[in-house]
Design a protein around this ligand. Structure first.
Ligand code: SF4
Ligand code: SF4
Length: 1033
């Protein structure tokens, strides 16, 4: 394409002058075209008709009311390159011209086939044909202006004084979505509806560059549809496709379609299409917006009596639409799949040889994803033609390709992306922009958060980190983007991350020096990655050389190794570049200046950013190439790049002793390749004070001979024309003088100062500085893991081990929050030993065994056993303690206690056993009693329990004190007799249910044993035998 191809007549004057003014970029565009030709980019994709027939059809909806010709031209250019089949626009001559200009411009870049141009009209009032309107002078001054924020088209201009009388709705940009109407708290906004003029439409249809018409109708007004159709008369003969866009009319849909088709049939001599308008103008809202269009399509695809015509979705369509069609088995298919109630699937063969659903039209969503790029283009450079900004064109193209490619399967078009990637660096010198996104390798919270904070400071709309690669893990990482918390996707491989984020073209590698080379090479091999920054120091030189070779051969850029990265002021920064937010604000890096800066040292970069901000309008871009002997990109690479960036007006270089990189800069200066003023200094002049060779901080910073000395390099740079001061101290004034000369000469206009927003302070930082206090959400009193070693009830772990304390002591610390005497902790341990297991037949063990044999894991098997613990199995210790304590404390005789329980209908807990009796005592009870009698200072509760047992045995021989009763009563003695618990604490311990905890803990040991036992024995699934079940009615 060449700029002369523009039909300037219909572009606004502002744009026309820009087209003329940017003629100098023509050469760059020619190179883009040549490169594309050389690479053999496929220019032939299916014709629009073939797309309709095969289900590949993609239509861009510019908007029936959207009339911003600059955006429409750029949108049409981008989506033509993306291969759409049709571009649908307002039925307005200037808009049709803008669409065709965009198409021509695209076809000038790549000889791609021309999409059809469709105009949209209406037969009556319709949501797509309206504009919002209000009088800004009527708005209360204190209104918070929610209308401005909600408008997806940025059609409502700043209502403040700065708008200079242009306040209110910009009619050309308003496409009638209606979102501003309900948000106005003062009800000031009105919707103005209109109907396109039939005669003007008929005239437009006669143009050679209009291929199709779409009639928007409610489907309910047969008369108005016929009026419009008849009014268009013969002009319809000029088009290749007639589309009818209508909403889901439920039961009357088919009859309405048949009525409209009957009206058209007589003079319909081209193809026709039904546009199924699901949820109008909502595709940009979110994933769910597409559901209605898919349901509508699903219904019509199965309808047998519908009239002839292709079916195409619209209204709420977005990147999830094709996925939805695939789920309903409607994507690119000629067969209907019906699912019956019983789950079986039936196929219907369809008589037509065309796909059931011809394709999808994208409106709000398509405009939004490319609009992001277009608006950043405007904000950076005012209104512009996108092909003059290859970086923006590339980004817009990648967005549009990703959407169009949901339907069109043309992998080869990624070749086009690669061409732009390569050419972009060479042609413009720009590595980054305000829309650049990176993939971050190896999760490091601080540098990523610093990047996001910088984004916020610069007013970026999207985070500069698109995804994180953390080998082996997937999911999301929560980080802050301004005040908002966002979830950044984490991928386990570089390939997966690049596939998920095709617009992220920078790879920030925080791998260690051991794996940095392999991961960087892998990133360089991804077609979407064009810049790789390697942070690690110590990458073997042979590996770096291999990376350099690969990057050069593929026109990619490596920054580093051993680098902090780089920064484009106000746009994008790598990792920790420029340090803290305070430093970034101090150095004014939140907005672009005019100075391109390159150095070897990351540390010295911060110093120079500050110096440059002090004596000039600040940095445009700063790069630290890293201090290795073989940097991925050199000082001169970046100086040459800066020379190609129009916004860079002067270049500052900080070299250092060692190596010969500065000499390639000298050569470039001598050959006149660098036309902008260069102020340079090579540090390390003090090396001559040392008698032997000195290694400075960086691996490459040592003088290998006179040529590599700082003095020789400074002299050579001076001779070649760079401004080189006599000392580092004079560097600042040399930069200042050079800058002031450029200002005086008018080369550098005054920079537009902006006030950066305040970065919200992290809660932890604010708490540390004493600025805020925050309530906690959890209280813990038993352990603490914040010190050098964990503590249990304040006792360090090492002390517990050194003192030879055991499980009973740990229980006393963590459960009772105190160290109990040895006899107490020993008693606890005996309880655990005695209760650990009771054979395979008890409820808990049985459940565990059955679960383990069902193939379940350890935790499931254990838990299924534990779940049986309760009032009937092992859970009576607390109740026993509670009732014995209550009776004893009230002074009840055993007779009174037992009889009162009987009256209440409660069995005495801790009394009675299925097998044990007065003649066959439970050995465990005897052991516990024996230990207590020898060690406890008092066993009054136990003796009381024994007296109760004596009374109950008089009633039945098996009403013995069982192990629950023994532990319950003895624990009361432990608590009361140790003198370490108050009465209130004892009541609390019994009330909370501490003592059953002993049984749970002990029995877990046995249940785990049973699980392992079954697994070891490889026991099959358990099935209870029939013979063991009484089957009865
Ligand atoms: S919100 Fe919608 S209707 Fe309102 S001005 Fe913006 S585009 Fe127009
Ligand atoms: S919300 Fe209503 S009152 Fe407020 S600025 Fe917008 S139109 Fe005016």
């Amino acid at each position: 394409m060449s700029l002369s191809l523009f039909c300037r007549a219909s572009l606004p004057t502002q744009l026309q002058s820009e087209v003329l003014a940017t003629g100098g970029r023509k050469r760059g565009l020619e190179r883009v075209k040549n490169l594309i030709k050389r690479n053999g980019i496929p220019s032939v994709i299916t014709s629009p008709l073939e797309s309709l027939q095969s289900g590949n059809w993609v239509k861009l909806i510019c908007g029936a009311s959207f009339e911003d010709v600059v955006d429409i031209r750029n949108l049409s250019l981008v989506y033509t390159l993306a291969g759409v089949d049709c571009i649908d626009c307002a039925a307005e001559a200037s808009v049709v011209s803008a669409v065709n200009e965009g198409i021509k411009a695209a076809r000038g870049i790549v000889p791609i086939r021309r999409p059809w141009v469709m105009i949209s009209v209406n037969d009556d009032e319709d949501l797509h044909f309206r504009k919002a309107e209000f009088d800004p002078n009527d708005c209360p001054l204190d209104c918070s202006r929610p209308c401005e924020n909600i408008c997806p088209a940025h059609a409502i201009l700043n209502l403040g004084a700065a708008s200079g009388g242009n306040a209110g709705v910009v009619a050309e940009r308003c496409y009638g979505c209606g979102r501003c109407l309900p948000v106005c708290p003062y009800d000031k906004i009105k919707a103005i509806t209109y109907v396109r003029d039939i005669t003007a439409t008929a005239e437009l249809l006669k143009r050679d560059d209009v291929d199709a018409i779409e009639i928007h109708t409610s489907g309910r007004q047969d008369a108005s549809f016929r009026d419009l159709w008849n009014g268009l008369g013969d002009s319809i003969d000029n088009v290749r496709l007639v589309a009818v866009s209508f909403p889901d009319l439920r039961d009357s849909t088919i009859s309405a379609m048949n009525a409209m088709y009957t009206a058209m049939k007589a003079n319909l001599r081209c193809f026709n299409l039904w546009q199924l308008d699901g949820r109008p103008m909502s595709g940009d809202i979110g994933r769910g917006a597409t559901r209605e269009a898919i349901s509508f399509a699903s219904y019509l695809a199965a309808a047998r009596d519908r009239p002839k015509g292709f079916l195409q979705l619209a209204g709420g369509t977005n990147a999830h639409t094709v996925e939805g069609l695939k789920k309903r088995r409607l994507f690119q298919t000629k067969t209907i799949f019906d699912e019956s109630n019983d789950g079986s699937v039936h196929l219907h063969s369809v008589s037509s040889s065309d796909a059931l659903i011809s394709g999808v039209a994208f409106g709000g969503y398509a405009r939004k994803i490319v609009g992001r790029v277009l608006s950043s283009l405007q904000s950076e450079d005012g209104r512009a033609v996108i092909e003059n900004y290859p970086d923006h064109l590339l980004k817009a193209l990648m967005e549009s390709l990703a959407l169009a490619d949901t339907l069109i399967l043309l992998d080869s078009r990624f070749g086009l992306i690669q061409v732009f990637l390569r050419e972009n660096i060479m042609a413009t010198g720009q590595l980054f922009s305000k829309t650049t996104q990176a993939l971050f390798y190896n999760y490091k919270q601080l540098p990523i958060q610093r990047m996001l904070d910088f984004d916020f400071l610069c007013g970026r709309e999207t985070p500069s980190v698109a995804g994180i690669i953390n080998p082996g893990s997937e999911g999301f990482q929560k980080l802050f983007f301004g005040q908002e918390e966002i979830a950044i996707p984490v991928h386990s491989t570089i390939e997966a991350a690049c596939a998920a984020h095709p617009t992220a073209d920078v790879f920030i590698n925080f791998a260690s020096f051991r794996s940095a080379a392999a991961s960087s090479l892998s990133a360089l091999k991804q077609p979407t990655i064009r810049v790789v920054a390697i942070i690690a120091e110590g990458v073997p030189e042979s590996d770096t050389k291999q990376l350099i070779g690969y990057a050069k051969a593929n026109n990619k850029v490596v920054i580093g190794p051993a680098t902090v990265g780089g920064i484009q002021a106000g746009a994008f920064k790598i990792g920790d570049t420029a340090g803290t937010i305070d430093n970034i604000i101090h150095c004014k890096l939140y907005r672009p200046g005019s100075v391109g800066f390159v150095s070897k040292s990351g540390g010295m970069s911060n110093e120079l950013y500050s110096t440059i901000a002090r004596v000039s309008d600040g940095i445009y871009e700063g790069i630290a190439i890293g201090g290795d002997v073989f940097p991925g990109s050199t000082l001169s690479d970046h100086v040459l790049r800066f020379n190609n960036i129009p916004q860079v007006k002067m270049i500052v270089v900080l070299g250092e002793i060692g190596g010969r990189d500065e000499y390639s800069l000298v050569e470039a200066l001598k050959q006149g390749k660098i036309t902008k003023p260069v102020v340079a200094w090579v540090s390390g002049t003090c090396a001559r004070l040392f008698k032997s060779e000195v290694q400075f901080g960086h691996a490459g910073a040592k003088s290998g001979g006179e040529m590599e000395s700082a003095q020789a390099k400074n002299e050579a740079l001076r001779e070649a024309g760079a401004v080189v001061p006599t000392s580092y101290e004079a560097f600042e004034s040399a930069i200042k003088e050079t800058f002031e000369k450029l200002v005086e000469g008018g080369t550098i206009p005054p920079v537009k100062e902006v006030t950066p927003p305040q970065i919200p302070e992290d809660l932890n930082t604010a708490i540390k500085s004493g600025k805020v206090r925050a309530p906690t959400h959890i209280i813990s009193t038993i352990s603490d893991d914040r010190g050098e070693e964990p503590t249990y009830a304040g006792i360090p772990m090492s002390s517990i081990v050194e003192q030879g304390l055991g499980a009973g002591d740990v229980i006393s610390l963590l459960w009772f929050k105190r160290s109990l005497p040895r006899y107490c902790t020993r008693f606890i341990e005996i309880c655990i030993v005695l209760c650990a297991d009771h054979g395979p037949c008890v409820s808990g063990a049985h459940n565990t065994i059955v679960t383990a044999r069902a193939g379940k894991d350890l935790v499931s098997s254990l838990v299924s056993g534990l779940l049986t613990i309760g009032p009937r199995f092992g859970g009576a210790i607390d109740d026993a303690a509670r009732y014995f304590k209550d009776a004893y404390d009230k002074g009840l005789t055993p007779y009174e206690f037992v009889e009162s329980m009987k009256k209440k209908g409660i069995r005495v807990p801790g009394i009675g056993h299925r097998i044990k009796s007065a003649d066959n005592r439970d050995k465990r009870v005897e052991l516990l009693q024996k230990f207590a009698r020898s060690n406890f200072p008092s066993v009054k509760y136990m003796e009381y329990a024994v007296e109760v047992e004596t009374y109950t045995l008089s009633k039945a021989n098996n009403l013995v004190l069982n192990v629950d009763g023994a532990i319950g009563s003895l624990f009361l003695d432990l608590l009361a007799g140790s003198g370490m618990f108050t009465k209130q604490e004892i009541d609390e311990i019994v009330g909370i249910g501490y003592l059953n905890g002993l049984f749970v803990l002990a029995r877990s040991i046995g249940l785990i044993g049973h699980t392992f036992d079954q697994k070891r024995l490889k026991q099959p699934l358990y099935r209870h035998p029939w013979e063991d079940v009484l089957y009865t009615k």
